[in-house]
Design a protein around this ligand. Structure first.
Ligand code: G16
Length: 543
């Protein structure tokens, strides 16, 4: 058959970060770049021969062409079957579900998530393993190692495949099954949530706005929210995936989803607002006149999940990434279940979910999900909120106020300093790291430091150890500062500064988080000498 072997040589920098390999699009479209990485994936997993893969992406620029290259490479490497979304579209959680549903050996997801798309913007490739989740570090390290030794890749010398309609075709000896990207995912959601109760709430006048940010969630949200749940047409805004996301930065946070924020804070606001990101795994939750921080959302979902049919048996445990606020830990304590603290990166939740140690996981970076798939899942979070609202018959603001009254409020914010000089950012972390042993017991801004360390994680399931996962400084009153450099950017370095302070007194739950956190923010700037090190003292994104 027409499989051709091309000679190639290693390309520098093909090291997957927090979530797959993300680079500028011109880097990915450069000769052999995608091919080298995909061949390295196949080589690192022991070859593709006889295997079944799932393939799809968020529809960004180069998604369609990259999918054709990967199909031809899978065929030339002897794969038995590739299940691919129509038009090569699949949200990340839907891809995770398809891997599990079809017992596939793995999946390749084309996405740079919340990063902008377009010829000069970002592209990404991520490999997921047979449990449906992102490849763990051992696998991404093996892929990276392979990229440094590669000498050839194999690709079929055929025309591509028409991915415009569903059905089975063959590419050389490989079966290509083109599937509706939405159907199986929508069915999974119907099984988890009480759609009748949500329909009844909607029939009673409940209103909602969902911003799909011109990204992949549009078709999923339209099918589920409008077609199946009966919300009026137009509930989903920016609902058609576009290669450049219509110029939007598809990151669902108060900064990038400004239009939705303004609408939700305005006089005509609907009852509920939500947004999702480029590949559909992130979510932002809003009520009329109120923003729900992702850490609070995780805590509320954990405390109320039993109200949805899929979780009525209760939770086995919860897990959050280290920088995520400890609000969910308080819920876990009340429920008498374990709360796990993992490094940043959804891949670290995989073992806990597989082992039945955690049912719900979440991150401050607008990610929440459960053991229904092995990725975070934006629409899942929206539907669980809708289910809770329908059962409790209260507004988002009432539910949040209730939650804080019961558990106390963890004021929380993340400050991002983007596009920094990489050397300066690394030097800052290096010097801060060197100071850590001297910090315990010292006082700053009237708060005494209880501990200061660099987070290292030992996976409780397989014993693997991940070091240098972020600096954490804890104060005796429960306040906390975390600093780490982002692993998902594509230019320069991004410093993430995470700030948290616990307030048990309900009379003090109405403050603006920036105001409530002011002493913690000042302490962070002083301890890390941020202005001195990176030449800036103002973040460019605050969430
Ligand atoms: C990815 C990871 C998340 C992580 C986020 C931010 O999300 O899956 O676990 O929290 O990046 O990572 P960083 O702080 O290193 O930039 P996504 O939605 O981009 O795939």
């Amino acid at each position: 058959m027409p499989a051709v072997t091309h000679e190639t040589q290693p390309i520098e920098g093909q090291k997957p970060g927090t979530s797959g390999l993300r680079k500028k699009t011109p880097v990915f479209t450069h000769r052999h770049y995608l091919q080298n990485f995909v061949q390295s994936i196949f080589d690192a997993i022991g070859g593709a021969a006889g295997k079944t893969f799932v393939l799809g992406g968020d529809g960004r620029f180069f998604n369609d062409k990259a999918a054709q290259v990967i199909l031809k490479m899978a065929a030339a490497n002897g794969a038995a079957r590739v299940i691919v979304g129509c038009d090569a579209l699949l949200s990340t959680p839907a891809a995770s579900h398809l891997i599990r549903l079809n017992k596939a050996d793995g999946g390749i997801i084309l996405s740079a998530s919340h990063n902008p798309g377009g010829p000069q913007a970002d592209f990404g490739v991520k490999y997921n393993i047979a449990n449906g989740g992102p490849a763990p570090e051992a696998v991404t390290e093996a892929i990276h190692a392979r990229t440094q030794q590669i000498t050839e890749y194999r690709i079929s010398d055929t025309d591509g495949i028409d991915l415009g309609s569903t059905g089975e075709q063959t590419l050389d000896d490989m079966v290509v099954e083109v599937v509706d990207p939405v159907a199986d995912y929508a069915a999974l959601m119907e099984g988890l949530f009480d759609f009748d109760a949500i329909r009844e709430m909607i029939a009673g006048g409940f209103t909602m706005r969902f911003d799909a940010m011109n990204a992949v969630t549009g078709p999923y949200a339209t099918e589920i929210l409008e077609n199946r749940l009966g919300l009026p047409a137009g509930t989903v805004m920016h609902g058609s995936p576009k290669p450049d996301f219509g110029g939007m930065h598809p990151d669902p946070n108060p900064h990038w989803a400004r239009g939705l924020m303004d609408e939700m804070m305005g006089a005509e606001a609907p009852d509920f607002g939500a947004a999702s990101d480029g590949d559909g795994d992130r979510n932002m939750i809003l009520g009329r006149g109120i923003y729900v921080s992702p850490s609070d959302s995780l805590a509320v979902l954990a405390a109320n999940a039993h109200l949805a049919p899929g979780y009525k048996a209760g939770l086995k445990g919860v897990a959050r990434s280290m920088p995520t606020s400890t609000a969910v830990d308080r819920v876990a304590e009340a429920l008498g279940i374990e709360a796990y603290e993992t490094p940043t990166g959804w891949k670290f939740f995989g073992n806990l979910l597989d082992a039945g140690k955690a049912t719900i996981c979440g991150e401050e970076s607008f990610g929440t999900g459960s053991d229904h798939v092995r990725e975070k899942d934006g629409l899942w979070a929206v539907l669980l909120w809708l289910n809770i609202l329908a059962v409790r018959g209260q507004s988002v603001a009432e539910i949040l106020a209730d939650h804080w009254r019961r558990f106390g409020r963890n004021y929380y914010s993340r400050h991002d300093f983007e596009a920094l000089d990489t050397k300066a950012a690394e030097q800052m972390m290096h010097e801060l790291h060197a100071d850590l042993p001297t910090l315990m017991g010292t006082e700053i801004e009237g708060m005494r430091i209880a501990s200061a360390d660099d987070f290292a994680y030992t996976d409780p399931v397989d014993g693997s150890v991940s070091r240098a996962q972020g600096v954490r400084i804890r104060f005796e009153d429960g306040a906390r500062i975390v600093l780490r450099l982002s692993g998902t950017g594509t230019s320069g370095a991004t410093l993430r500064l995470y700030l948290e302070r616990y307030e048990p007194d309900p009379a003090k739950h109405g403050l603006d988080p920036q105001e409530a956190l002011a002493p913690v923010i000042r302490a962070a700037h002083a301890l890390a000498a941020i202005r001195h090190q990176i030449g800036r003292d103002q973040p460019n994104v605050i969430t």
